[in-house]
Design a protein around this ligand. Structure first.
Ligand code: GLU
Length: 597
């Protein structure tokens, strides 16, 4: 019973007494738990490490890889701000964790200015090329592209937004010179870094996945001549990326959007041998990273803030937590009890129904987030959560008078990276970035990979009733995201939690579960992150983390839940702020590290 984490020699066991007793009561009931998984899983699970916890009174850095954590902490120690540190770390992540993010992709950066007590959102989401039409992902009437046909090659490459976003954030909140932020990554790309288990496993999975590795530059950089990925522990140099970074360091984003780097991106997309794309020079020139007001919502004594649409993440997280908070006597439940997990699945079904229907790029479609988070609406929806057994029907989206479009399904796959940083002055960055699928479109240009973010659009533009789908592809539009960089405040408007995760649409349940368990059910941040994940994205079955205790699985089955089991590889990097202390936690499911400053 309980969860065992194998680490380098050490074994850690977390026992849940409640599971023990419930298991005893229900141990006579067993029935089939689905072991087969029909989801595509683009990023592999890697061996769990120890959950890492760091404490400090003067600053905190958590990123998905220790090289990046080091670059961020060095940057702050040199006098840099949280934004400086985030940029330095991101550039290193693009090198050492190339499967997840990089300058060929996009992201969202939420910034808290501790002096002005002001929050700003920097939006670097990719945009669809101006040459697309609504049927971009349709092979024929009523027939969408198979996922991998759309993903591999130029067809799903959106205009990358990361460089423009980092530059905007730096202009407002940078303290060190822009070029200096590239130094750690350039040095590491030139001298080499050690290939980690996770990168190696991801390369292995890439080689075996549909369409494999056909891009020559990608194969040459990461694979040996016998076709095997370069081994764990070997040194990898990426001099092309070092040159690309030097150019952007010296000339700024112009080198990327208007210079030869952009030209090379367009050529690679247009001439890809798998599938040519429509991105052209003008798409790059017209790209604008947006500076926005974050989505914020008061719930009881807390204020939840995060990326606004086109991310569906913080909206859905907030609505889920609100629905749960409105169920009777939530606080009487243990954070790891089947009773909590049951309510969590039901809240997810309801919130994902709204999210799937209503959320898309707000420049193209009205997002009724205010109505969907209003007290009257959430009160009504919370009452739909059955307390003692699973609902036997799929929830449908609530009726919102202002809008009238329907259900959307767009695949949204787990790669991506999240970092959380607090600098010495208390400024905060919560940033999630992505190239979408592991290794993105698999097109490598000048040492970095291009995204396949356009597959986050609904492939079909209309639903069964011939109504337009909110998240359909349109020229210049940003695809809906699930990325959820968030900061939560207390009743005095002080930040108390910085959080986010990779994981595709599952980001939402990862973050919502952690927040609920930690802020409402008394779990430590570490226990909340490490307790089993469970998700439902408005499907008939839920998905449960494969190593969740049997007692939990059996009890949920008794309540009528059906689920599939698989690794749920979150990478939650969160900072708790309490009484002047920072506690940073790096999820055991990936390779992230936390460092107090
Ligand atoms: N493309 C996804 C999104 O924007 C992120 C994918 C991931 O987390 O792996 O929501």
């Amino acid at each position: 019973m309980g969860k065992i984490y194998q680490t380098d020699g050490a074994t850690r066991r977390v026992t849940h007494p409640l599971f023990l007793s419930i298991a005893l009561v229900f141990s006579c009931f067993t029935s089939g738990v689905y072991a087969v998984d029909d989801n595509i899983h683009p990023e592999v699970a890697s061996k769990k490490k120890r959950v890492l916890v760091a404490k400090s009174q003067t600053g905190m850095v958590i990123t998905a890889n220790d090289y990046a954590t080091q670059a961020a902490s060095d940057t702050i120690l040199k006098g840099g701000s949280a934004v400086d540190a985030a940029i330095a770390a991101q550039l290193v992540l693009g090198l050492v964790e190339p499967q997840s993010s990089g300058i060929g992709g996009g992201g969202f950066l939420l910034h808290y200015d501790s002096k002005k007590k002001q929050l700003k959102h920097f939006n670097g989401r990719e945009t669809a090329p101006m040459a697309v039409n609504e049927d971009h992902f349709m092979v024929a009437k009523n027939k969408a592209y198979p996922f991998f046909d759309a993903l591999v090659g130029g067809y799903a490459v959106g205009t990358p937004g990361l460089v423009a976003m980092m530059y905007n954030a730096h202009k407002q909140y940078g303290k060190l010179p822009w070029a200096s932020l590239f130094e750690p990554a350039i040095l590491l790309a030139s001298n080499g870094f050690i290939i980690s288990n996770r990168l190696h496993d991801s390369l292995k999975a890439l080689a075996k996945s549909p369409k494999g590795v056909s891009n020559k530059a990608l194969a040459a950089l990461y694979f040996q001549t016998n076709g095997e990925p370069k081994p764990v522990g070997s040194i990898l140099r990426n001099p092309q990326l070092a040159n690309t970074y030097s150019e952007i360091a010296n000339k700024g984003p112009k080198a990327f959007y208007q210079g030869t780097i952009g030209q090379d991106i367009v050529q690679a997309v247009k001439n890809d041998s798998n599938k040519k794309g429509l991105l052209n020079k003008k798409d790059l020139i017209r790209y604008q990273s947006l500076i926005e007001t974050p989505l914020c919502k008061n719930i009881g004594n807390f204020k939840f803030c995060g990326s606004p649409p086109p991310s569906s993440g913080p909206f859905t997280v907030t609505q889920m937590v609100e629905l749960l908070a409105k169920t009777p006597e939530l606080k009487g439940l243990a954070y790891d009890s089947p009773g909590f997990y049951h309510r969590f699945i039901e809240a997810a079904k309801l919130s994902f129904a709204d999210r799937n229907t209503y959320i898309a790029d707000p420049r193209f479609t009205k997002n009724p987030t205010k109505a969907l988070l209003s007290p009257g609406y959430t009160e009504k929806r919370a009452k739909l959560i059955p307390l003692l057994k699973a609902s036997d029907e799929l929830s449908v989206a609530g009726d919102i008078d202002e809008v009238d479009y329907l259900q959307v399904k767009s695949p949204n796959q787990p790669s991506t990276t999240h970092l959380s940083i607090v600098d010495k002055e208390g400024n905060i960055v919560s940033m999630t970035t992505s190239i979408e699928h592991a290794f993105g479109s698999r097109i490598q240009v000048r040492g970095f990979l291009l995204n396949n973010q356009l597959t986050d659009f609904s492939f079909t533009p209309i639903n069964k009733n011939n109504e337009k789908i909110a998240n359909r592809i349109e020229p210049g539009k940003m695809p809906r995201s699930s990325m959820s960089p968030m900061i939560i405040f207390n009743e005095k408007d002080q930040p108390i939690l910085v959080i986010g995760s990779p994981g595709g649409a599952w980001i939402i349940p990862y973050v919502a579960k952690t927040i609920t368990q930690h802020l409402y059910l008394g779990a430590s941040l570490e226990d909340a992150i490490e307790s089993p994940h469970i998700a439902n994205t408005n499907r008939l079955h839920a998905t449960i983390e494969d190593d969740a205790p049997d007692s939990l699985k059996k009890t949920l089955e008794m309540l009528g839940h059906e689920f599939k089991q698989r690794p749920l590889t979150s990478g939650i990097h969160a900072i708790k702020i309490h009484n002047g202390f920072y506690t940073g936690v790096a999820d055991s499911r990936r390779e992230g590290t936390a460092k107090g400053l």
